[in-house]
Design a protein around this ligand. Structure first.
Ligand code: NAP
Length: 501
């Protein structure tokens, strides 16, 4: 299992859970570091994660396409400024093929249990198989457990009903179909215009209006694609510019930087004022909380579509669902053929429902009973040699999660490299380090838009956003090197030792 300290590097075995964007990346990064003993356990029969699951009409990424790519695998061929879901899925499948990631993947094996004991992880899957490894990297993503609304009578509906993340493509939606959509988040803002444009009669049940930033999408003209294909430097420049734009405008705007905050605020307010002609409709669509409190929706199609004759915006609260449709509190029964639940996800599940069991039989449900937190979003006391990718307080929001995973992947590699050099056999975050990190994050959260008077999936059970409140640059800087003073390490060949500061 573990080897004696020698000058030769030892080779770890690594289990990566999930073959989505992060799992593919992690496999490539590990291989590049010379690590070959990798097992990727994927619950479905294909790579892709979020982009495999979400196939609703209009699904796209609202982060510029060239920014939403691996840094080492640019894609000059993106067809639009904002890539469509199917094209992103193709990209991940292509990258997985190119780097032969698939040879490490066990498909259709959901991890049910992962247990740590004496320097070794034992992982069990839905196929009844058992795997062992020195390290576990949990690349299970954030938004992958659909949230179903707690509305009376939901199961009584007699038509067809589905969540946006489980779109039923067998159902024909077109002229005359009566469709109801519950929810007006980022997903709904992309799907609703498609439904309306199909000619269906669409009723939108809005509980809370959202702020929309109008960044126009465009189809990349052929000449530009040719230019990008010939000039990798241009693709790099495009990506660098997008990152700079997101960092210096968007991220700063929502983390309390005054000029950027004002620019974003005005852009959203003017968008609403000039896009929606009808005053009554505009009032219904006007949020009563700070811009950026909920994730800003980057979209130019929703406001146009919602003003069409076959769109009906309802702000009356839902009383219950009946066999025929949705009954709102004003007594109106909205008769429907199809009910779409665009009600988001449970973001706090992370790797759960798997049974993750650390030192001394500590179950993750108990470790996280009071607070769902992790050291630098990745490491947990009592869970040695375990890394959670895109965990709580990663700078999610409107930034590219790919860039975040790359930074976290490098952090994992640096930690594993220390193991390979024989510096320790097991490593975990100290409890006091996690407390210190949380206090540091909490301090920064005070000035952010996320505590600006709204409810959102960003907020945990204590009302604290699970985001990173400082700049992207700051995060990258802090993630560059593991701070070993925050780690508890042990070597089995000698007595347990605390790492030197
Ligand atoms: P969401 O932002 O959480 O929105 C859920 C919507 O459902 C909200 O409008 C919410 O209303 C409503 N809702 C929930 N329960 C309800 C109930 N019981 N009755 C009435 N309304 C209810 O979910 P999402 O739109 O799926 O987006 C989630 C996240 O996915 C986004 O924030 C984003 O991070 C990501 N996403 C990204 C993209 C992209 O382009 N990159 C696209 C889609 C999604 P309230 O606001 O009142 O709670």
């Amino acid at each position: 299992m573990t080897q004696a300290k020698t000058s030769a590097k030892r080779n770890p075995s690594v289990i990566v859970i999930g073959a989505g964007m992060t799992g593919i990346l992690m496999t490539i990064q590990l291989r590049r570091a010379g690590i070959e003993d990798i097992t990727v356990l994927e619950k479905k029969d294909k790579v892709g994660g979020t982009w495999r699951e979400n196939t609703y009409p209009g699904v796209a990424c609202d982060v510029p396409a060239h920014m939403y790519t691996y840094s080492f695998e640019p894609n000059p061929g993106w067809s639009n400024f904002f890539a469509r879901g199917g094209e992103i899925q193709d990209y991940f499948e292509r990258v997985a093929d190119k780097y032969d990631v698939n040879r490490s993947i066990k498909f259709n094996e959901a991890v049910t249990d992962a247990r740590y004991h004496a320097g070794r992880w034992t992982v069990q899957t839905s196929q009844g198989k058992t795997y062992h490894a020195d390290f576990v990297v949990c690349a299970t993503g954030i938004l992958h457990h659909p949230a179903f609304p707690d509305i009376e009578g939901l199961s009584d509906f007699g038509g067809t009903q589905f969540h946006t993340a489980q779109w039923n493509h067998d159902v024909k939606i077109g002229k005359g179909t009566k469709v109801g959509v519950i929810g007006t988040g980022s997903t709904a803002a992309q799907a609703i215009p498609e439904l309306i444009n199909s000619g269906a009669d669409v009723t939108i049940f809005q509980r809370t209006p959202q702020w929309l930033l109008p960044v126009a999408d465009y189809a990349v003209p052929k000449w530009m694609k040719r230019l990008l294909l010939r000039s990798p430097m241009l693709v790099k420049a495009h990506r660098a510019f997008s990152i700079m734009f997101m960092e210096h405008l968007f991220t700063k705007a929502v983390t309390g930087h005054w000029p950027q905050k004002k620019i974003l605020e005005w852009a959203c307010k003017l968008n609403l004022r000039f896009s929606i002609k009808n005053k009554a409709l505009r009032e219904k669509l006007t949020p009563n909380y700070q811009v950026g409190c909920k994730r800003v929706i980057v979209n130019t199609t929703f406001y146009k579509a919602i003003q069409k004759h076959n769109a009906h915006l309802t702000t009356e609260a839902i009383e219950k669902i009946t066999k025929e449709g949705v009954l709102t509190k004003d007594g109106t029964l909205h008769k429907l053929d199809v009910l779409v639940l665009s009600t988001g996800f449970n973001p706090f599940n992370f790797m759960r429902p798997m049974n993750l069991i650390g030192r001394e039989d500590l179950h993750i449900e108990n470790a996280w009973a009071k607070q769902i937190k992790a050291y630098r979003s990745m490491m947990l006391p009592n869970y040695p040699n375990f890394f959670l990718m895109l965990g709580p307080n990663t700078p999610i929001g409107n930034f590219s999660v790919i860039a975040m995973s790359e930074v976290q992947g490098n952090y994992v590699l640096k930690m594993i490299d220390k193991w390979r050099a024989g510096e320790f056999d097991e490593v975990e975050a100290k409890p006091e380090a996690i407390a210190e990190f949380n206090a540091y994050v909490k301090k920064g959260l005070k000035g952010t838009a996320w505590v600006g008077g709204c409810q959102s999936w960003y907020l945990d059970q204590d009302g604290d956003p699970i985001l990173w409140p400082y700049t992207w640059k700051q995060w990258v800087k802090e993630m560059r090197e593991p701070q070993m003073a925050h780690m508890k390490t042990a070597s089995f060949s000698s007595a347990s030792d605390e790492a030197a500061a």
